[in-house]
Unconditional design. Structure first.
Length: 485
């Protein structure tokens, strides 16, 4: 049997310079500064600041053009990758830090203090423990995760103590030591489950009818409580709605992750530096690129003079030729890096300017209902660039607006048709959905079916499963879990 197989394959081979430019475009401001610092350290032909009145670049170009023809290095022989880093792009996603060009950014890269586990061990020093108990307690503290829990079964801990610590004990002894660990601060630490964590905290509080009822509910009806089956709780414990409300109020004051509240854990404190700033000036939008993205750089005059000296030398030794090859490589890399930074700067500004104008109504009002449906291709077509370039700008850059500092990619969204046949942003629908749920009767939360009907009445005909998807994306639980007394 004869088979015919036709395959079309489109491949685009990017040069090392193009690849490195794409990487530069992707870097947010703070990571770009680190990349710039690295380049300055690795390439002595690249210098910070303004050029001297006599252009070092012109000197370099003269030396390059007028040198011996046979000794000019072909561009293909210059490996730009030798002078550019392939480091992973740092992920700055935790906290916004507004920055203007005149501000000096002050960072504290590490939180002060000791580790969470060491904090617990220090408290154990005040307890009277035998050598064996201390070893077990130390092991238990080492098993506490960042949320403050010990999530491993006692039997597994007993086996690990035997195999790794050469400590042969029984489960009862481990449980006795665990009780001492669970008396440490913060309250709830060392718990093996959520209900145990909450109980440990309640047991430290001053007794009251509400506290006692809260303890009883957690001990006897935790499943009903977690699923918000309030009627079953009222019947089982034979209490009034007010008594139940007070007991649940006490539980809601507790910390489900006691480890997370400890500020002494040595974690890197990362700051977001906005890459752009949008301001409203006399009713018009004004865009600016963070000045830290446009550093002043120039090609080293000293290195250019070295080339000139070689050109004028009568006798050219092999070592001199090797040296000049090195110099030319560094000068080429420096000149390329300066051009790449300018290209990066222009690409960032043009892309963000297109996004700002596309979403002009939103940026003028701050009302998310005014966000137009916008996909990467919309902006790519406007500025005549590739979709991947727009993606690199949007996915890693932040913009400081009058309404807060936000990730640019958050302004992109798909669209659906409303009853009038108009395209509306899914963000607009999510905002309306959020508002409807916020204003619902908490004793009788709206099901996804009812939410779908309300949205349809407002002119957004979407299916129940789509409502469920949007609700989950907003981090809103199902109706049953939103119920309040």
């Amino acid at each position: 049997m004869l088979k015919q197989h036709l395959q079309f394959k489109l491949s685009q081979k990017l040069s090392p310079q193009q690849i490195q430019l794409m990487k530069l475009i992707q870097l947010p401001t703070q990571a770009f500064e680190q990349r710039l610092k690295q380049e300055l350290e690795e390439n002595p032909a690249l210098e910070p600041g303004k050029e001297d009145p006599v252009s070092a670049e012109d000197d370099y170009q003269d030396s390059y053009d007028e040198g011996d023809e046979g000794e000019v290095i072909n561009a293909d022989e210059i490996n730009i990758d030798d002078y550019l880093s392939d480091d992973e792009i740092p992920d700055y996603r935790t906290r916004a830090n507004n920055y203007s060009g005149d501000d000096e950014e002050k960072q504290i890269p590490y939180a002060a203090g000791i580790s969470f586990n060491q904090y617990l061990l220090n408290q154990l020093n005040t307890e009277y423990l035998s050598d064996e108990e201390w070893s077990i307690a130390e092991f238990l503290v080492g098993s506490v995760d960042e949320s403050g829990y010990i999530r491993r079964p006692i039997s597994d801990i007993m086996d690990d103590l035997a195999f790794t610590q050469n400590i042969f004990t029984d489960e009862q002894t481990i449980r006795q030591v665990l009780k001492k660990v669970q008396q440490l601060d913060p309250p709830g630490v060392g718990a093996r489950s959520l209900d145990e964590c909450l109980l440990l905290q309640l047991e430290r509080k001053e007794s009251s009818p509400a506290i006692e009822m809260a303890i009883e509910i957690l001990k006897k009806s935790f499943e009903h409580f977690s699923k918000k089956h309030y009627q079953k709780l009222l019947q089982k414990h034979d209490i009034s709605e007010e008594e139940l409300k007070e007991a649940i109020g006490e539980i809601e004051k507790l910390n489900p992750k006691p480890g997370g509240s400890y500020s002494g854990s040595n974690k890197i404190v990362e700051h977001i530096v906005p890459d752009f700033s949008i301001r409203i000036v006399e009713g018009e939008l004004e865009l600016s690129l963070n000045g830290r993205n446009a550093p002043e750089l120039h090609v080293s005059k000293e290195y250019s003079n070295m080339l000139a000296g070689y050109k004028n030398a009568r006798d050219k030794s092999k070592s001199q030729k090797d040296a000049v090859m090195f110099i030319k490589q560094k000068l080429d890399a420096a000149k390329w890096f300066i051009d790449a930074i300018k290209q990066r700067q222009q690409t960032l500004y043009v892309t963000m300017d297109a996004i700002m104008n596309y979403q002009k109504e939103y940026f003028l009002t701050g009302d998310e209902r005014n966000l137009r449906p916008m996909i990467l291709k919309d902006i790519a077509d406007l500025i005549g660039m590739d979709v991947s370039t727009v993606s690199r700008v949007a996915n890693s850059k932040y913009v400081d607006t009058p309404y807060g500092t936000k990730l640019i990619k958050d302004y992109f969204s798909e669209s659906i048709k409303n009853e009038q046949g108009e395209d509306v942003s899914t963000k607009e629908i999510k905002k309306i959905l959020e508002t409807v749920i916020r204003d619902e009767e908490k004793r009788k939360p709206l099901t996804d079916d009812k939410l779908a009907k309300i949205l349809k009445e407002k002119g957004y005909p979407i299916a129940r499963r789509t409502v469920a998807k949007y609700r989950e994306q907003l981090g809103i639980p199902v109706a049953r879990l939103r119920k309040e007394i």
